[in-house]
Design a protein around this ligand. Sequence first.
Ligand code: BTN
Length: 245
Amino acid sequence: MGQTVDYFEELGSTNSYIKQLPGSAVTHGQLCLTDHQYKGRGQYERNWESGNGKNLTFTLAFHPSRTDRFHILTLACARAIVEEIVCHTSCNALIKWPNDILINGCKLTGILTETVYNGNTLDRLLVGIGINVNQDQFTEAVAQKATSLKLETGTEIDREQFLCGIISRIEYQYRRWHKQNNELLKWINPKIIGYGQWVNLRVNDEVLNDTYKLLGVDQQGKLAVVTDEGDLKTFSYEQVRVITD
Ligand code: BTN
């Protein structure tokens, strides 16, 4: 991972950049990185705002031979970032299903996973990651719900070193994902907010009346829960949100 790096002082979006390249110009593990992403994209057409020269905004391209279980790879990347954070700070970073990392309930990291197809064949999988590292002021729109490592620890983080740590951890987890290593889910699940607890769910935008015990992500990348009557249910990541407030 990261042996080929496309670095830009500024760029609209690292995901959009790798997306528009011809297939022959993208190698497995290629990294696109910018210091100033001015048109960052999030889930559901939302924007991802990131201060110039303060944070990490990058995309890794994968050429996986498998064409399923992508959501588990996204979660494995999230877990790898959590591990790097925990290794360098005392922050209690946790994964918010389906693809965010929060500290003390505020968003630190967002991940946007996208696919590029060539006809019916998967050409590449893009995992775009935005981490608030040294930004200490956010616009009014997100100030209440965003945080950064600097805000949480009071110190500046060396972004380059932090990125290197993340990339090597993702490389290791990618191999586990590819081999369908059973340990991967056991490693991801305990870091999902609400794991093992009774939680409320929003399914297809409707808040369900009952509470469900959150069992974690299953082998298909779905969120598994059990009802108070003991029935097992699973939901895809598009369908379900865990209500944590
Ligand atoms: C989200 O929280 O909705 C996902 C945000 C993903 C942001 C990252 S920053 C690097 C990469 N390039 C983009 O345009 N988006 C992702």
